[in-house]
Design a protein around this ligand. Sequence first.
Ligand code: ZN
Length: 60
Amino acid sequence: MLETERYECPYCGEPAEAVLDLSGGDQSYIEDCPVCCRPILFHLQTDGHEWMLDVQTENE
Ligand SMILES: [Zn+2]
């Protein structure tokens, strides 16, 4: 099940949209910001229905 979640880049503050795969359970992964191309660390917690997304800079 795929969901989209809006977030703001922790580096440049620009809004963007992440596609979340809720079927994968809790996950952490890195994706480059579409605006400033710096690596954003995503922490996704999900039980397959509800989810919580955290975005951080790579160094945090
Ligand atoms: Zn950015």
